[in-house]
Design a protein around this ligand. Sequence first.
Ligand SMILES: [Zn+2]
Length: 145
Amino acid sequence: MNKEIAKEMRDRGMQECTGTCRFCGQMRVVWAKDPGGYSQEDLDRIASSECDCPGAEREAKRDALISDGKEAIRLTLLDRHRGHAGEVMLAGLKALASGRLKKISVQIDSETTATMFLAKVDKDVRVFVECRTTVREWSDGNQDE
Ligand SMILES: [Zn+2]
């Protein structure tokens, strides 16, 4: 740890604690303002989130996908009175973000289906939520094409 950073942190009233990365077991210095307010589990979680080992990186990516997905669900479903479909999506989001599910589709009514899936945009993987409406074609004889 850089001495100047350590001094600055102490000047701000932060104290040095130790947390262990849940993924690689590496001990890391974690700065906390009120160390008594943190359990060892909290410190370990912070240490894990600051670690750059593959396991921690994977979890960080998954967490980013989950918050990305929550936003997509909110925009596409929860704001449009399709809350039940949104709740189903939220329940399955973690499984989708960790790659255990490929796609979640919910049929809202006879014409509307909501689908959530992962897709690559440039080099990033993002969560998409789409609502598709199947327009029924009526053959009432009035269409002249
Ligand atoms: Zn680690």
